[in-house]
Design a protein around this ligand. Sequence first.
Ligand SMILES: Cc1cc2nc3c(=O)[nH]c(=O)nc-3n(C[C@H](O)[C@H](O)[C@H](O)COP(=O)(O)OP(=O)(O)OC[C@H]3O[C@@H](n4cnc5c(N)ncnc54)[C@H](O)[C@@H]3O)c2cc1C
Length: 342
Amino acid sequence: MAETVLFLANTEADGTLGRIALEALAVAKSLGGTLIAGLIGGAVQPAADSIASSGASRILAVAGEAFAESRYATDAAAAEALAKAVQATIVVAPHISRFARCMAGVAQRLGGRIDTHVTSVVTGPQITRWYYRQRMEAVLKRTQRPWIILVESGIVPAWEGPAGTATVEMIAVEAATRSRVIGRQSPQTGQQTIRPDAKLLFVAGAGWTRKQADGKPHIDDAARLILGFLRGSEASLGSSKSLVDLSGEGQAVLPFLSHMNQVGQTGSTPRHPKGLATCCHGEEPHVVGWRFIRERRAVNLDPNCGWTRGKADVVYVADAFAVMERVNAMLAERSAARRAEA
Ligand SMILES: Cc1cc2nc3c(=O)[nH]c(=O)nc-3n(C[C@H](O)[C@H](O)[C@H](O)COP(=O)(O)OP(=O)(O)OC[C@H]3O[C@@H](n4cnc5c(N)ncnc54)[C@H](O)[C@@H]3O)c2cc1C
């Protein structure tokens, strides 16, 4: 059966499409059938122009101030209207919190089905996704239509192509909602440490807060070294469960960490190209937390740390305080040299 594939994405504040949306476009395109783009956002023309050469036969949008913010009622109404307008049989959208929140409801309204956290889509179409915290992989296909597929980030290269001038078909949707967005509250105050687009995931373990060779913990040094490295490398910060749990036990903690940073079985499984684990022993961060990281290294004092040895490509048996002090100094030298060149 020839599918009508709706690529669905929200636009950023400046009206463009983010990398994860362009990855979902690449997935939608790979399915064959008739490709149609559906955009939701405050402004949509820059996004439409950027995908003018994508092969989408039509570009539709639900746009306006009410659709700029992520909100269940408006996002669900917009997605439903777009899917109905083109009679989509398959809807491909990025698995971001915005769509994860509303698309199950949209599937219900359309009488369709939804699969989330999808890690590959191949012609057929068939999808793969993981169960039981990334320990079992399933291959699924469905006969029910429409079929909504939310694809994880980092599973395919983002679609690239020349921009053009696109004609956008605007779909009018009534923004009926009682919810008003009055601001944003983030669990991380001050420091932005979770960066899904970063090339490197830096995993901090509880070793950073343990007594060191002199018999004392060095929390301030740990905080300075970790934040200094994040600043210098623009890495994203992941953490073991033990480290983020410490705050609940009244122990000295790294104030910029929360459970949002936790990787592993009960945390997240990010998809950065590279990972560096430091002062970290646990099975879950090494086996589950960074299983999708392609190149993995670790720094640990313990040469017998089985999880580090078993799951990292390279293990540096060394004091992470000393290693990161040196790495930060090298990063500072590099950025000074770049500034001098500029
Ligand atoms: C049901 C369940 C679910 C769980 N889910 C998760 C999860 O999602 N994520 C998770 O992380 N954990 C999870 N855990 C906990 C997990 O089993 C481990 O207890 C935890 O990951 C250990 O954290 P850690 O490696 O940071 O600390 P530790 O085990 O205390 O290891 C600290 C490490 O730091 C090293 N170290 C100390 N000082 C230095 C130094 N100066 N330089 C270099 N290395 C140094 C030590 O050698 C040691 O290896 C779960 C447990 C259960 C039971």
